[in-house]
Design a protein around this ligand. Structure first.
Ligand code: NAD
Length: 354
């Protein structure tokens, strides 16, 4: 029996997670997929209930699970809390607790949503890429500090990567590429950074173990440009934490709306699945949120934590059919399509699953 923990979080988190849970119920019924659900608190709602954004109880629950489905955290109510108590801190602690070193963000151009894009159709029509970002190393976790020297304030952040930290994320990228179009683009800044030179050396070594997968290297500045000029060239992009943070937000624009972008974070233990968007306080509680990113995150859970490619495909195809039928939440609405609410589009996905 699959052990799944659900952390709805704040704002639109509970609303979009509810739709994903309706889809999960359908999966259970249609595919005889046995699962057990446990719920936990994270973010602002956990601060309200337990005084901290990632309470001990939630920590213990997720560690016993096989996969975690998360909505979103944060909101104005908690914006003035000290850093340690902020909802977002709960998310960082969750990632650290589960040792989630690989963040996966698939971005594709849904043909039905091309009109929504700020890009021309010929640029984005073939976009189907997977961004693989190292999540728990690099500048965000390296030594940092500040000091005063000659009456002047100085600050520093350091980037460190070990061979093992690079190998495991690079292996993940190659293994994922083997199941896709078999191409990896490794992104670094090897012309100026030592960590990038080590990164490139290890990528070259790992590549030898995957003879069916082709490889190219791009400097991060060039990659940022190529993502706008010719994003259809990419299959799997693998990169370190800070470059990945920036490039994954850039690439998210290729996918029409934040409400369409799922994500998975993987480590040795349970995987974490969550939409890429935040808690959207401006539309929370109004049945306006797009739940498709949360539903597509559930599909990723089926694929990566439970090895059920068949179920993942069927959920993704159902989403495509709903879009083809012209149903849209506000964030992806355009002339000639039908505006529907969170609940209605969730129900439509279930109907399309048959
Ligand atoms: P956001 O992603 O919540 O919202 C940005 C804009 O996109 C808003 O206009 C919102 O209405 C819209 N939007 C987002 N998701 C949508 C959806 N599913 N359907 C329709 N529209 C959607 O980002 P923000 O406004 O910068 O942040 C709001 C709060 O969320 C903050 O507290 C922030 O810290 C938090 N946040 C959390 C996460 C997370 O939980 N992973 C990520 C980003 C931001």
């Amino acid at each position: 029996m699959a052990k799944i923990v659900v952390l709805p979080g704040d704002g639109i988190g509970p609303e979009v997670v509810n739709q994903a849970l309706k889809v999960l119920a359908k999966i259970g019924e249609k595919y005889k997929f046995d699962y057990n659900l446990e719920f936990g608190k994270i973010g602002g709602s956990a601060v309200d209930a337990a005084g901290e954004p990632f309470p001990q109880e939630t920590q213990e629950t997720v560690l016993k699970s096989e996969a975690v489905l998360l909505g979103a955290v944060g909101g104005p109510k908690w914006d003035n809390l000290p850093r340690e108590k902020r909802p977002e801190k709960g998310l960082l602690e969750l990632r650290k607790t589960l040792g989630l070193f690989a963040n996966l963000r698939p971005v594709k151009c849904w043909p039905q949503l091309v009109e929504q894009s700020p890009f021309k159709e010929e640029i984005i029509k073939n976009v189907d890429l997977l961004m693989v970002r190292e999540l728990i190393g690099g500048a965000y976790f390296g030594k940092k500090g500040h000091k005063e020297e000659n009456d002047e304030l100085k600050a520093f952040d350091t980037i460190e990567y070990s061979q093992q930290e690079i190998s495991r994320i690079v292996q993940t990228a190659f293994q994922l590429a083997e199941k896709r179009r078999k191409h990896v683009t490794s992104v670094d800044k090897a012309n100026v950074l030592e960590t990038s030179r080590l990164w490139r050396r290890i990528v070259e070594e790992e590549a030898l173990k995957y003879p069916e997968v082709s490889l190219n290297h791009l400097y991060v500045d060039n990659c940022a440009m190529q993502l706008c000029l010719n994003p259809g060239q990419f299959d799997v992009i693998v990169t370190e934490n800070m470059f990945g943070d920036i490039l994954s937000d850039e690439s998210s624009i290729l996918g029409a709306s934040l409400g369409m972008l799922p994500s998975a974070s993987l480590g040795e233990g349970p995987g974490l699945y969550e939409p890429a968007h935040g808690s959207a306080p401006d539309i929370a509680g109004q049945n306006k949120a797009n739940p498709l990113a949360a539903i597509l995150s559930l599909a990723m859970m089926m694929r990566f934590s439970f090895d059920r490619q068949d179920i993942a495909d069927s959920v993704e195809q159902a989403v495509e059919r709903v879009l083809a039928a012209g149903l849209r939440t506000g964030d992806i609405w355009s002339e000639g399509t039908r505006l529907v609410g969170t609940e209605e589009i969730g129900d439509a996905v279930i109907n399309e699953m048959g």
